[in-house]
Design a binder for this molecule. Sequence first.
Ligand SMILES: N[C@@H](CCC(=O)N[C@@H](CS)C(=O)NCC(=O)O)C(=O)O
Length: 209
Amino acid sequence: MKLYYIPGACSLSPHIVLNELGLEANLVKVNYKTHKTEDGRDFREISPFGYVPLLELDDGTALREGPAIVQYLADLKPESGLAPMNGTIERYRLQEWLSFLTSEIHKGFIPLLYPVLAGKYVEAVKPKLERRFSWIDEQLAGRDYLMGDRFTVADAYLYALAGWGQAPWLASVYRADIHFDGLGNLEAWYVRMRERPSVRKALDTERLK
Ligand SMILES: N[C@@H](CCC(=O)N[C@@H](CS)C(=O)NCC(=O)O)C(=O)O
Protein backbone atom coordinates (compact mmCIF):
# COMPACT_ATOMS: atom_id res chain seq x y z
CA MET A 1 0.00 0.00 0.00
CA LYS A 2 1.03 3.60 -0.58
CA LEU A 3 -0.30 6.60 1.31
CA TYR A 4 0.16 9.94 -0.44
CA TYR A 5 0.42 12.71 2.12
CA ILE A 6 1.29 16.35 2.71
CA PRO A 7 2.97 16.91 6.09
CA GLY A 8 0.48 18.25 8.62
CA ALA A 9 -2.50 18.01 6.26
CA CYS A 10 -5.64 15.92 6.77
CA SER A 11 -3.62 12.94 5.52
CA LEU A 12 -2.14 12.85 9.02
CA SER A 13 -5.37 11.04 9.96
CA PRO A 14 -4.84 7.84 7.86
CA HIS A 15 -1.15 8.04 8.74
CA ILE A 16 -2.04 7.80 12.45
CA VAL A 17 -4.49 4.97 11.68
CA LEU A 18 -1.78 3.00 9.82
CA ASN A 19 0.44 3.33 12.90
CA GLU A 20 -2.36 2.32 15.27
CA LEU A 21 -2.93 -0.82 13.22
CA GLY A 22 0.77 -1.58 12.82
CA LEU A 23 0.32 -1.76 9.04
CA GLU A 24 3.23 -1.20 6.71
CA ALA A 25 2.70 1.31 3.92
CA ASN A 26 4.91 3.31 1.65
CA LEU A 27 4.50 6.97 2.55
CA VAL A 28 4.78 9.20 -0.48
CA LYS A 29 5.18 12.90 0.26
CA VAL A 30 3.46 15.39 -2.02
CA ASN A 31 4.64 18.98 -2.32
CA TYR A 32 1.77 21.26 -1.34
CA LYS A 33 2.72 24.01 -3.78
CA THR A 34 4.00 22.14 -6.83
CA HIS A 35 1.86 18.97 -6.51
CA LYS A 36 4.96 16.93 -7.29
CA THR A 37 5.49 13.66 -5.45
CA GLU A 38 8.86 13.18 -3.84
CA ASP A 39 9.69 10.66 -6.57
CA GLY A 40 9.09 13.33 -9.22
CA ARG A 41 5.59 12.53 -10.48
CA ASP A 42 2.75 14.99 -11.02
CA PHE A 43 0.29 14.12 -8.27
CA ARG A 44 -2.61 15.59 -10.29
CA GLU A 45 -2.25 12.63 -12.62
CA ILE A 46 -2.95 10.32 -9.68
CA SER A 47 -5.53 12.36 -7.78
CA PRO A 48 -8.04 14.24 -9.97
CA PHE A 49 -8.10 17.33 -7.76
CA GLY A 50 -4.51 17.03 -6.59
CA TYR A 51 -5.45 16.59 -2.96
CA VAL A 52 -4.36 14.14 -0.30
CA PRO A 53 -4.97 11.66 1.24
CA LEU A 54 -4.92 8.99 -1.43
CA LEU A 55 -4.35 5.34 -0.64
CA GLU A 56 -3.01 3.14 -3.41
CA LEU A 57 -3.64 -0.55 -2.83
CA ASP A 58 -1.19 -3.23 -3.90
CA ASP A 59 -3.30 -4.02 -6.99
CA GLY A 60 -3.13 -0.35 -8.05
CA THR A 61 -6.63 0.59 -6.90
CA ALA A 62 -6.75 4.21 -5.74
CA LEU A 63 -8.95 5.01 -2.76
CA ARG A 64 -9.69 8.66 -2.10
CA GLU A 65 -11.46 10.71 0.59
CA GLY A 66 -10.20 10.57 4.15
CA PRO A 67 -13.34 9.14 5.79
CA ALA A 68 -13.44 6.22 3.31
CA ILE A 69 -9.70 5.56 3.63
CA VAL A 70 -9.67 5.36 7.43
CA GLN A 71 -12.65 2.99 7.46
CA TYR A 72 -11.01 0.79 4.83
CA LEU A 73 -7.84 0.60 6.93
CA ALA A 74 -9.72 -0.11 10.16
CA ASP A 75 -11.67 -2.90 8.45
CA LEU A 76 -8.42 -4.63 7.53
CA LYS A 77 -8.10 -5.37 11.25
CA PRO A 78 -11.64 -5.39 12.67
CA GLU A 79 -10.37 -6.76 15.97
CA SER A 80 -8.60 -3.42 16.54
CA GLY A 81 -11.96 -1.77 17.28
CA LEU A 82 -10.80 1.37 15.44
CA ALA A 83 -14.14 1.20 13.62
CA PRO A 84 -17.15 -0.60 15.10
CA MET A 85 -18.53 -3.56 13.15
CA ASN A 86 -20.38 -2.77 9.93
CA GLY A 87 -24.15 -2.79 10.33
CA THR A 88 -24.15 -1.81 13.98
CA ILE A 89 -25.54 1.47 15.25
CA GLU A 90 -22.05 2.29 16.54
CA ARG A 91 -20.73 2.08 12.99
CA TYR A 92 -23.33 4.61 11.87
CA ARG A 93 -22.38 6.75 14.84
CA LEU A 94 -18.78 6.64 13.61
CA GLN A 95 -19.92 7.64 10.12
CA GLU A 96 -21.93 10.44 11.68
CA TRP A 97 -18.74 11.72 13.31
CA LEU A 98 -16.67 11.37 10.14
CA SER A 99 -19.30 13.20 8.07
CA PHE A 100 -19.53 15.94 10.67
CA LEU A 101 -15.76 16.33 10.77
CA THR A 102 -15.38 16.39 7.01
CA SER A 103 -18.18 18.85 6.26
CA GLU A 104 -18.45 21.00 9.36
CA ILE A 105 -14.88 21.11 10.67
CA HIS A 106 -12.50 20.23 7.82
CA LYS A 107 -14.11 22.49 5.25
CA GLY A 108 -15.03 25.01 7.94
CA PHE A 109 -11.34 25.54 8.61
CA ILE A 110 -10.29 26.28 5.05
CA PRO A 111 -11.17 30.00 4.93
CA LEU A 112 -9.22 30.55 8.13
CA LEU A 113 -6.09 29.07 6.62
CA TYR A 114 -5.88 31.51 3.74
CA PRO A 115 -4.92 35.05 4.73
CA VAL A 116 -6.21 36.26 1.39
CA LEU A 117 -9.73 35.49 2.63
CA ALA A 118 -9.33 37.55 5.82
CA GLY A 119 -12.12 40.01 6.39
CA LYS A 120 -15.89 39.74 6.47
CA TYR A 121 -15.99 36.17 5.19
CA VAL A 122 -13.68 34.87 7.92
CA GLU A 123 -15.51 36.94 10.52
CA ALA A 124 -18.71 35.15 9.51
CA VAL A 125 -17.21 31.66 9.38
CA LYS A 126 -15.08 31.70 12.53
CA PRO A 127 -17.92 31.84 15.11
CA LYS A 128 -19.57 28.89 13.37
CA LEU A 129 -16.40 26.84 13.66
CA GLU A 130 -15.97 27.90 17.30
CA ARG A 131 -19.55 26.84 18.05
CA ARG A 132 -18.83 23.42 16.54
CA PHE A 133 -15.65 22.99 18.59
CA SER A 134 -17.56 23.99 21.68
CA TRP A 135 -20.16 21.31 20.87
CA ILE A 136 -17.38 18.72 20.45
CA ASP A 137 -16.08 19.81 23.85
CA GLU A 138 -19.52 19.06 25.34
CA GLN A 139 -19.56 15.62 23.69
CA LEU A 140 -16.19 14.82 25.26
CA ALA A 141 -17.48 15.38 28.80
CA GLY A 142 -16.76 12.20 30.78
CA ARG A 143 -15.22 10.51 27.73
CA ASP A 144 -11.64 9.89 26.75
CA TYR A 145 -12.42 9.75 23.03
CA LEU A 146 -15.16 10.91 20.67
CA MET A 147 -16.99 7.58 20.77
CA GLY A 148 -16.41 6.82 24.45
CA ASP A 149 -13.59 4.91 26.13
CA ARG A 150 -12.04 3.66 22.92
CA PHE A 151 -9.97 5.49 20.37
CA THR A 152 -11.50 5.27 16.88
CA VAL A 153 -10.56 6.58 13.46
CA ALA A 154 -12.74 9.63 14.15
CA ASP A 155 -10.22 10.73 16.81
CA ALA A 156 -7.39 10.46 14.30
CA TYR A 157 -9.33 12.66 11.88
CA LEU A 158 -10.18 15.28 14.46
CA TYR A 159 -6.57 15.34 15.66
CA ALA A 160 -5.30 16.15 12.17
CA LEU A 161 -7.82 19.00 11.81
CA ALA A 162 -7.45 20.35 15.35
CA GLY A 163 -3.73 20.77 14.70
CA TRP A 164 -4.47 23.61 12.29
CA GLY A 165 -5.38 25.81 15.21
CA GLN A 166 -3.00 24.41 17.81
CA ALA A 167 0.15 22.98 16.39
CA PRO A 168 3.41 24.84 16.92
CA TRP A 169 4.82 23.31 13.74
CA LEU A 170 2.50 25.13 11.36
CA ALA A 171 3.94 28.17 9.66
CA SER A 172 1.98 31.02 11.21
CA VAL A 173 0.56 31.90 7.83
CA TYR A 174 -1.32 28.58 7.79
CA ARG A 175 -2.23 28.52 11.46
CA ALA A 176 -5.90 29.22 11.94
CA ASP A 177 -6.90 31.58 14.71
CA ILE A 178 -8.90 28.91 16.56
CA HIS A 179 -8.08 28.06 20.15
CA PHE A 180 -9.40 25.63 22.72
CA ASP A 181 -9.12 28.06 25.65
CA GLY A 182 -11.95 27.32 28.05
CA LEU A 183 -12.74 24.05 26.26
CA GLY A 184 -11.21 21.84 28.95
CA ASN A 185 -12.44 18.50 27.60
CA LEU A 186 -11.09 19.22 24.16
CA GLU A 187 -7.77 20.46 25.55
CA ALA A 188 -7.40 17.29 27.64
CA TRP A 189 -8.34 15.14 24.63
CA TYR A 190 -5.71 16.91 22.48
CA VAL A 191 -2.99 16.21 25.06
CA ARG A 192 -4.17 12.59 25.41
CA MET A 193 -3.99 12.16 21.66
CA ARG A 194 -0.52 13.68 21.40
CA GLU A 195 0.72 11.11 23.89
CA ARG A 196 -0.39 8.13 21.83
CA PRO A 197 2.61 6.34 20.30
CA SER A 198 0.84 6.21 16.91
CA VAL A 199 0.47 9.99 16.90
CA ARG A 200 4.03 10.66 18.09
CA LYS A 201 5.40 8.36 15.42
CA ALA A 202 3.34 10.05 12.68
CA LEU A 203 4.42 13.52 13.83
CA ASP A 204 8.04 12.33 13.85
CA THR A 205 7.81 10.82 10.38
CA GLU A 206 6.15 13.94 8.96
CA ARG A 207 8.77 16.05 10.83
CA LEU A 208 6.13 18.04 12.63
CA LYS A 209 7.81 18.51 15.97
N1 LIG B 1 -12.50 15.77 0.33
C1 LIG B 1 -11.10 15.48 0.62
C2 LIG B 1 -10.42 16.79 0.92
C3 LIG B 1 -8.94 16.61 1.12
C4 LIG B 1 -8.21 17.94 1.29
O1 LIG B 1 -8.82 19.00 1.50
N2 LIG B 1 -6.86 17.84 1.25
C5 LIG B 1 -6.02 19.00 1.36
C6 LIG B 1 -5.11 18.91 2.58
S1 LIG B 1 -6.03 18.86 4.10
C7 LIG B 1 -5.07 19.07 0.16
O2 LIG B 1 -4.50 18.08 -0.23
N3 LIG B 1 -4.91 20.25 -0.42
C8 LIG B 1 -3.99 20.46 -1.50
C9 LIG B 1 -4.70 20.91 -2.73
O3 LIG B 1 -5.95 20.96 -2.75
O4 LIG B 1 -4.02 21.22 -3.68
C10 LIG B 1 -11.00 14.50 1.78
O5 LIG B 1 -11.79 14.65 2.73
O6 LIG B 1 -10.17 13.58 1.76
